[in-house]
Ligand binder design. Structure first.
Ligand SMILES: [Zn+2]
Length: 238
């Protein structure tokens, strides 16, 4: 399960077609949140707390990839994520594009993130990592370095673009529901700061639950259900 060699894919590899939901009768969906310092104007400082409120009220566990620098600045919220039973992963320390770092710089950033996340949450984030921007997938040097440090990258196959200021809550919601209802497993990338994310997540949970979709954390998915890459397109996710 935690063997990094089992990570499949790279940017040039085509993922096998997911089985349609109708064939399996029930879909599984992993909500994943990149928790980081926002660099966009459309954010609210209490977004992560409001997300946790919704997840607690609905009894759903999600996966949180936490930036180390954010954890140092927000230790109480970081602790809350772990205390409420969510899966904790790393989103690096400085949120740098990993291919731009030297081997020693990459190791220093990742090790510092592990320490900061562990100190604030009480949880070891390994092996779960989301590379900032998804950069470094398919780069043998980066992938070998994160493997040495005990990590594996988790990509995504649904990007409802909550980071885009033009994405309303309705747009985010409808994109997640459209994809979730068409395949057996989905890994959705969301963020801990955009203003549209909280109402979208609340609506998605309400709409998909009644349709029998099961919400899971990424450690509940099999290796071949975890996307290593990211969808191709003009996105600039954070
Ligand atoms: Zn990010």
């Amino acid at each position: 399960m935690n063997d990094p060699a089992a990570i499949r894919g790279g940017p040039g590899e085509t993922a096998p077609a997911a089985a349609p939901l109708s064939a399996v009768g029930r879909g599984r969906l992993a909500l994943t949140f990149d928790i980081e310092h926002p660099d966009r104007p459309h954010w609210r400082p209490d977004t992560t707390d409001r997300l946790l409120d919704i997840l607690a009220a609905t009894g759903i566990r999600a996966t949180f990839f936490i930036q180390g620098r954010w954890a140092e600045a927000n230790p109480a919220v970081a602790r809350r994520i772990a205390d409420e039973g969510h899966l904790v992963g790393s989103h690096s320390f400085f949120h740098a594009s990993m291919p731009l770092l030297s081997d020693s710089g990459l190791e220093e950033d990742m090790t510092r993130a592990t320490a900061a996340i562990s100190a604030s949450t009480g949880m070891d984030p390994r092996p779960w990592l989301r590379l900032p921007f998804g950069h470094g997938v398919g780069d043998p040097r980066v992938m070998a370095a994160i493997e040495r440090l005990g990590y594996r990258h988790v990509g995504w196959d649904v990007d409802p673009r909550d980071w885009d200021p033009r994405s309303t809550a309705q747009v985010i919601e409808s994109e997640i529901e459209r994809v979730a209802m068409s395949r057996a497993t989905s890994v959705v990338v969301l963020h801990g700061w955009p203003s549209g994310t909280v109402p979208a997540v609340a609506a998605v949970i309400e709409a998909l639950r009644v349709r029998g979709v099961e919400f899971v954390t990424v450690d509940q998915l099999a290796d071949d259900e975890l996307p290593a890459g990211i969808p191709s397109g003009p996105e600039t996710p954070v």
